[in-house]
Ligand binder design. Structure first.
Ligand code: AMP
Ligand code: MG
Length: 356
């Protein structure tokens, strides 16, 4: 099995080698949380303090959001048997945003896919191909419109439908990146970068005023890139079937489930990268969580939707973002908003197309 390492490590390698800041380099930190390697880099007087605070915040989020920790808020909600349960600010924002992005993507993103994810063994690392009968039964539980949210005078409450459970794995790291962005702002970090297992956020530009250079990993080779993104004040989130999978009888089964079939999505895409400016997501659009959360939800959803539906969704203009899609027939599709910010890799075997 492979873990989510790719995009971010490459991003940091480039950041480190190209930052060129002489003696006053950034504060750096690395941690393992939410089942992935996380890297932080922060310039400024309070860079070290910002990274310490970011780490603590991420541990707190992991304790609230993990489905495998019995005492997490998410586990309590999953065990509540459909009863209204008090939820904190983080879970509230995530549930609200998850429902919004599920509706926006025609249910390609659905956090109530949790029982199906578990049936494949991705929750416990005990992999198996479930029977069609089991999937048919579990698919009846997949419908996030049954999640009820209520704001009362004494706080926020949520209830799942009877028998349902939720898995925030497709959106939690994006939310964590939004939370770290907030911390960087609080600590006056005007230049920095974080990479949380495929979820990259860059604060400002590099201290010399140039853009951060973020490598977009090649799906079949974790040491190679399909290209480089020049980013300032932005998020870039990558989803790919290669990030977590198992093999049985010569066939590969990955962790991004199509809620319509219960099977790992086979949409013709190997990888989806969603890129958006830091302020792209807005609360009045149903996202109280932030742009990192939006990009994370969309990277998962658009992987499920496939090339045509993903590009139709992008063209609809309903949300502000751009895309880099890698298809299973060797094409890299880059939406035109990234035309002057994406550089294909020299000597690459992919064919590159700009999409408008
Ligand atoms: P990501 O790496 O952000 O694409 O998220 C993948 C993770 O999201 C999986 O490991 C599951 O925990 C969860 N997941 C899988 N399929 C879906 C889906 N269709 N909608 C929402 N979450 C999903
Ligand atoms: Mg995601």
């Amino acid at each position: 099995m492979m873990k989510q390492l790719g995009c971010l490590l490459l991003a940091l390698a480039l950041a480190g080698s190209l930052s060129g800041c002489g003696s006053s380099g950034p504060a750096e930190g690395q941690t393992f949380a939410m089942d992935t390697v996380m890297n932080f880099s922060a310039y400024g007087e309070k860079g070290e303090d910002a990274i310490t605070a970011a780490r603590e915040r991420i541990y707190q989020l992991e304790a609230e959001l993990s489905r495998t920790r019995e005492d997490s808020e998410v586990s309590q909600l999953n065990q509540a048997g459909g009863e209204m349960t008090a939820v904190g600010d983080d879970v509230w924002k995530l549930l609200t945003s998850a429902k919004t992005y599920s509706a926006a993507t025609g249910d390609a993103f659905d956090i109530t896919v949790a029982p199906v994810v578990s049936a494949w063994g991705f929750t416990t690392d005990t992999y198996q191909v479930p029977s069609q009968a089991e999937l048919d039964t579990l698919l009846q539980l997949v419908d996030d419109s049954r999640i009820q949210l209520e704001q009362r005078s004494d706080g926020c409450y949520a209830a799942l439908g009877q028998g349902q459970s939720i898995d925030l794995g497709g959106i939690a790291k994006g939310y964590a990146s939004d939370c770290v962005a907030e911390i960087f702002a609080q600590y006056g970090v005007e230049s920095g970068m974080i990479s949380l297992g495929g979820n990259v956020y860059v604060s400002g530009a590099k201290p010399d005023g140039s853009a951060w250079r973020v490598g977009v990993q090649a799906p079949q080779d974790s040491s190679a890139a399909v290209g480089i993104l020049d980013l300032t004040d932005a998020y870039a989130v990558t989803s790919g079937g290669y990030q977590r999978y198992f093999e049985q009888d010569g066939k590969r089964y990955h962790h991004i489930i199509d809620p319509a079939t219960g099977y790992p999505a086979e949409s013709g895409l190997l990888q989806v990268t969603v890129v958006a400016g830091a302020d792209a997501a807005r609360e009045d659009d149903g996202n109280p969580a932030g742009t990192g959360t939006m990009c994370d939800a969309f990277s998962t959803a658009l992987f499920v939707m496939g090339e045509e539906k993903a590009l139709d969704f992008w063209r609809s203009g309903a949300y502000e973002f751009d895309l880099i899609l890698v298809t299973d027939d060797g094409r890299v599709l880059v939406t035109d908003g990234l035309a002057d910010r994406f550089t294909p890799m020299d000597g690459s075997e992919y064919s590159y197309e700009t999409v408008s």
